[in-house]
Design a binder for this molecule. Structure first.
Ligand code: NAD
Length: 250
């Protein structure tokens, strides 16, 4: 049997790139999709078993082409990781409709479109979908009206997919990462936000791309064969926390 195949979106850098590398280490082949062609080509260089595909997940025509290219190359698909995401932070009064749409079209429309396009191939393999949400989709916070709402919707979409696609043997789960020092986080995490995260994280540190990738790889693997419809927060304990950590540390 040929090696299993994953398609990872937003794979040019950050969590997506770490996930692609993790799949390759475990003997999978990986289609790496991203809309940033230059960064994608640089990332895929020298990665044996990887196929870079330039595509914007928010565009139905490009998603259809992405899936066709991946299947033409590998003839199978065992896992889809909907990781491509954007973050724009701002107060409710400042988040205009253009910002709202920019966030929704990648974070939510993209997950819907890529998953739908992958269903025929995932039916054949009885494969898995892993959607990347965020702790901002589990707990509301300031500045995240678009981002947090898009990620909460991804969590619900995951459950919807698990319920409808279980019939075909397709599992759908969600990883909700805590803060990770990627380009995305560096752009929106001000010093105040960084300090607030440290105050709210029992493990008192940001996570690494590889730590998030481990959770994704597990959920895609046969080791998670009876797990579907779940949200796994890889978040240093953020979701479990209430008030009191700074006082405890003091
Ligand atoms: N970094 C964090 O702190 C954090 C926390 C929680 C959740 N997340 C989520 O993890 C995922 C990965 O984030 P990251 O931190 O690695 O970000 P990143 O910015 O480092 O990487 C995201 C990648 O997605 C690509 N991308 C964005 N929009 C796209 C589109 N429409 N089509 C195709 N590619 C697109 C970008 O070009 C980039 O290569 C995102 O869904 C993000 O919301 C990140």
């Amino acid at each position: 049997m040929s090696a299993p195949v994953a398609l990872v979106t937003g794979a040019a850098r950050g969590i997506g790139l770490a996930t692609a590398r993790g799949f390759l280490r475990e003997g999978w082949h990986v289609a790496m999709a991203d809309r940033d062609g230059d960064e994608l080509m640089r990332a895929a260089e020298g990665l044996e078993g990887a196929l870079p595909i330039i595509a914007d997940v928010s565009r139905p025509d490009q998603v259809a082409r992405m899936m066709a290219e991946a299947l033409a190359h590998y003839s199978r698909l065992d896992a889809l990781v909907n990781n491509a995401g954007v973050a724009e932070f701002g107060p409710i009064e400042v988040c205009d409709f253009a910002m709202w749409r920019r966030v929704m079209e990648t974070n939510l429309d993209g997950v819907f479109l890529c998953s739908q396009a992958a269903i025929p191939a995932l039916r054949e393999s009885r494969g898995a979908i892993v959607n990347i949400a965020s702790i901002s989709g589990l707990r509301a916070s300031t500045l995240r009206v678009a981002y947090g709402t898009s990620k909460a919707a991804v969590i619900q979409l995951t459950k919807q997919q698990a319920v409808e696609l279980g019939e075909y043997g397709i599992r759908a789960n969600c990883v909700a990462p805590g803060p990770v020092n990627t380009k995305l986080a560096l752009a929106v995490h001000t010093p105040e936000i960084r300090a607030a995260y440290h105050d709210a994280l029992p493990l008192n540190r940001y996570g690494s791309e590889e730590e998030i990738a481990e959770a994704i790889l597990f959920l895609c693997s046969p080791r998670a064969s009876y797990i579907t419809g779940q949200v796994l927060a890889a978040d240093g304990g953020f979701e479990a926390t209430g008030v009191g950590l700074p006082a405890l540390r003091a």
